[in-house]
Ligand binder design. Structure first.
Ligand SMILES: [Zn+2]
Length: 342
């Protein structure tokens, strides 16, 4: 099969299309013929390499895929070759206490497709049987690939961790990013009042079109003041954070009493200052969140099947244009997802 192979860490130029052996499904595994695969920041992290994070090389990244079952391993008797499927990105052991209690994202052996094993930027990808679910007919392959990781992450952050309730006010940081697009829609679905930040007029308009009630300019350092004014001085109940750095410090500044900041990432810096006086006097919470469970993924797919959420795809490119695709994501030139078609 053809795959995008990374043999050395570096810029987009290290992404090379190569001919590699087809994956063969072992017991309990399936091989999916990839029809669409969406990029995430994770692809960039693995490609660049992180100090202290031993990503194996050569690597094939790609966490979000949709396709057709191409082959099944021994013991897989409940899904037929040819079935259109969505691929769940979280891989876990399946038998530890976390896995069997429905919190597989906490498994000690948890990994993400394309990070801990070969991923879906290829014509074929191999995953455990439990990592595929029938694709709802109303979702195209491109839409299915575009929704997995970001919607799962955002759902777990807002619904499971922050316990966002209808009528609360939520601030979605970087509303134009993949995870921000999901955050806006899930917060609206829950019945929250949604304010989104974005760094350009186009992205702010797109956030409004997606359902945000109000937007603020993240490039204007006085945005916390604008957010406070939008809430009548009360502040925000839940801040949806994935930016980190100085943005995180400002996220804390706009938090209401009993407010929660929930974070799944820190694209602009992991070391932040926290004013503990505000945290304890205002009974605030800082919550970490990574991915979500397979059970939550099943819930999301049921909601996709009803047309509750819509994916936002910036562009669809052939797999051969992977270098340009990752460069565009890296330059933050995109609103929503970049999808590749093998
Ligand atoms: Zn486990």
């Amino acid at each position: 099969m053809k795959a995008v192979v990374i043999r050395a860490h570096g810029g987009p130029e290290v992404l090379k299309i190569e001919e590699v052996p087809d994956p063969v499904p072992g017991p309990g595994e399936v091989v999916v013929r990839v029809r669409a695969v969406a990029l995430n920041h994770l692809d960039l992290w693995v490609r660049r390499g992180l100090p202290g994070a031993p990503f194996h090389l050569p690597a094939i990244t790609g966490a979000d895929a949709a396709g057709d079952v191409h082959a099944v391993g021994a013991g897989v008797d409940d899904i037929a070759v040819g079935t259109p499927v969505l691929v769940m990105p979280g891989i876990s052991c399946g038998h530890c206490a976390h896995c069997v209690s429905g919190a597989d994202q906490l498994c000690a052996r948890y990994g993400i497709l394309g990070e801990s094993c070969d991923g879906a930027l290829a014509e074929l990808v191999k995953v455990p049987r439990e990592n595929v679910i029938a694709k709802p007919e109303r979702l195209s392959y491109e839409d299915g690939a575009a929704m997995s990781l970001t919607f799962l992450t955002a759902w777990h952050m807002l619904v499971a961790r922050a316990e966002l309730r209808g009528g609360e006010t939520v601030l979605v940081q970087a509303g134009g990013s993949g995870v921000g697009v999901a955050g806006i829609q899930i917060a609206r679905f829950v019945g929250a009042h949604v304010i989104a930040t974005a760094g350009s007029e186009d992205k702010r308009q797109a956030a409004l079109d997606l359902g945000a009630h109000a937007v603020v300019d993240s490039r204007d350092p006085s945005w916390p003041k604008a957010v406070k004014e939008l809430t009548g001085g009360r502040g925000i109940d839940v801040v949806f954070e994935h930016v980190g750095g100085e943005t995180f410090e400002r996220s804390l500044r706009v938090l209401a009493k009993a407010g929660r900041v929930v974070t799944c990432g820190a694209t602009s810096g992991v070391d932040v200052k926290v004013n503990l006086r505000h945290v304890f006097f205002k009974s605030q919470s800082i919550l970490g969140s990574t991915m979500g469970s397979k059970g939550e993924y099943h819930q999301l797919v049921a909601l996709y099947a009803q047309g509750i959420f819509r994916p936002v795809i910036d562009r669809v490119l052939p797999l051969s244009e992977i270098q340009a695709a990752e460069a565009a994501l890296e330059a933050r030139e995109v609103f929503g997802k970049v999808v590749l078609v093998p």
